[in-house]
Each structure stands twice: as C-alpha cells, then as structure tokens.
Design a protein around this ligand. Structure first.
Ligand code: SF4
Length: 217
C-alpha cells in the first residue's frame, strides 16, 4: 500500500468508517464474501466498479435476497421498488465518485437514490473503490466528477447531456472551479444532488474497500 492510500485509510477510520485495503479484485471479492451472510437482503447502486470487481456476481448469488435494479426486462416500477427496498436492507453496495485523503466520501447523483442510501437507510453500506478514485480534497473530488465520472457515465447511460460528446462538463468551458448549479439544464442531468460524507455518528456503518487496482470511473 502506498503512503497516500495508507493516509486515506487512517482518516476514514478516524471518521468512523471501516476501511479495508484489498490488493486485487480477487481480494475485494474475498472481503465481500466474508461480510455477507445467508439470506442477507441486498440492494445496490448502478456501478461499473461493482461489475468490474466481480462483486455484482457475488451479490447476485441465489443465497442472498438481492433486489437487482439492472435485471433484464425490469420495469420502471420494479426498479423504483428496488430503490425503496434500500431502506432497512442489510447491505447496500456502491462505489464512491471520490475518496479524499482526509477520509471524506464525495458523491454526486442524478436521482439521489444512491446518495440517500449512503446517508441513511441500509444497515451497512459497502463501497468498492479503485485506487484511481483517491483525491487530495473535496474540491478535487468535485472536479473529478465533472471531468471523469459524469462524462463517462453519460456515455454509458446515453444521457444526451453535453458532457457525453464534450468529454467534460460544459461548465468547465468558462474556466475555474464550477459551482454546483453550473452546467447543463438537460432533463437527464446526472450531477444534480451532492453528498459529502464526513465523520459518521454510527461507527462502521459505512465500509470502504479500497482496491489496489483501478476500477470504474
Ligand atoms: S452538468 Fe450536464 S454537462 Fe455537466 S457534467 Fe453534469 S450532466 Fe454533464
């Protein structure tokens, strides 16, 4: 583990979050398997890190009650039901748009279903975070959203927002660091609601598994 990752993990722990370091995707999967129990009720945010790491395949196994928001043929109503099931579920899986060296989690959503579950509801939140998502501070994390996460997710989800074709947020064209409301007014804007998770009152409710490999965006 490098010094920057070590500092991040130490500060996550000081902020009452349980932090793990997993050298590889295989180690991430082993850590997740050790956490889960038979019959656990599981929900998840849409996340490339979960699929790339192999965690999505684990939580989809028949021994768990996984409300899969991405199952083929799912209706809008069923997807909303999966979002609602996050309240009180045993585990909510997702990634974080960025994790700061100070041990803060930076997340920005379009519909807020993911950040609402990070903030409150699930008994445990488990985040799978590639080494590429560690940033110096909150401002760098917000810029990471505008430069990397939002444009790539816009392509993945075919949102039709300006960042899908520009490769960065339209707000960056004016120079400097954009305000939260800067950007497009597209109906499918994917950066609408902002959550910074700093020190937590409920110790170890949030679990952050940092992987030594790059994952997602
Ligand atoms: S404000 Fe619009 S253009 Fe900018 S990152 Fe968000 S969705 Fe993309």
């Amino acid at each position: 583990m490098d010094a920057r990752t070590e500092k991040t993990i130490k500060n996550l722990e000081l902020n009452n979050m349980k932090a793990y370091y997993a050298e590889s995707r295989a180690e991430v999967c082993k850590t997740v398997e050790d956490m889960l129990f038979e019959g656990a009720v599981i929900t998840a945010g849409g996340s490339v890190s979960l699929t790339e790491s192999g965690v999505w395949d684990i939580i989809s196994r028949p021994g768990y009650r996984f409300y899969d928001r991405m199952k083929p043929g799912i209706t809008d109503e069923e997807r909303l039901e999966a979002f609602r099931m996050a309240i009180g579920c045993d585990f909510f899986f997702c990634s974080s748009n960025a994790v700061t060296e100070n041990g803060e989690l930076v997340n920005v959503d379009g519909m807020a279903n993911r950040i609402s579950s990070i903030a409150f509801g699930p008994k445990k939140v488990v985040m799978i975070v590639g080494i590429n998502k560690i940033v110096k501070d909150v401002n760098e994390g917000l810029l990471r959203v505008k430069k990397t996460a939002a444009p790539k997710n816009s392509v993945r989800l075919n949102t039709g927002t300006p960042c899908q074709t520009l490769g960065h947020c339209v707000s960056l064209e004016k120079g400097g660091c954009p305000d939260m409301t800067d950007g497009c007014r597209n109906e499918r804007r994917i950066c609408a609601d902002y959550l910074i998770s700093a020190r937590q009152r409920e110790k170890d409710r949030i679990n952050v598994i940092i992987c030594g490999e790059e994952l997602g965006y």
